[in-house]
Design a binder for this molecule. Structure first.
Ligand code: FES
Length: 99
C-alpha cells in the first residue's frame, strides 16, 4: 500500500473512526466510515483514478463536488461511478476506469 499520499486526514487523536475495507485494483485498503470513494482513494495514495479514452492521460478527482467528472471509476463492475459523490462501502471492488 502507498503511504506517500499528499492528501492527509485531519482526525482528532482522541477519536477512533470506524473503518471499512475496500479493494482498489485487487488490493485491500482501509477507509473511514462515511468517506467518499474519492477521499478514500486519495487517502490511500492512489495517484490517478481513470485514464482519458482519447490520450490515455492519467486523471484524478479534482473538484470533489460532482462537477468535473474526472473522478469516475468502476465500482463492483459498474462504469462511470463518480467517486466524489458516492460513499465507500465495506467490500467495494473499485477499479481504475480506462474507457
Ligand atoms: S471530483 Fe469532480 S466530479 Fe468528482
Amino acid at each position: 500500500m502507498k503511504t506517500d499520499s499528499k492528501f492527509q486526514r485531519m482526525v482528532a487523536p482522541e477519536r477512533s473512526p470506524q473503518t471499512v475495507e475496500f479493494f482498489w485494483e485487487g488490493k485491500p485498503y482501509t477507509a473511514h466510515v462515511g468517506d467518499t470513494i474519492a477521499a478514500a482513494l486519495l487517502a490511500a495514495g492512489v495517484d490517478h483514478t481513470r485514464e482519458s479514452p482519447q490520450s490515455g492521460a492519467p486523471r484524478a478527482p479534482f473538484c470533489m463536488m460532482g462537477s468535473c467528472f474526472e473522478c469516475r471509476v468502476q465500482v463492483n463492475g459498474e462504469h462511470n461511478v463518480q467517486a466524489c459523490m458516492n460513499v465507500i462501502e465495506d467490500g467495494m471492488l473499485i477499479c481504475r476506469q480506462t474507457s
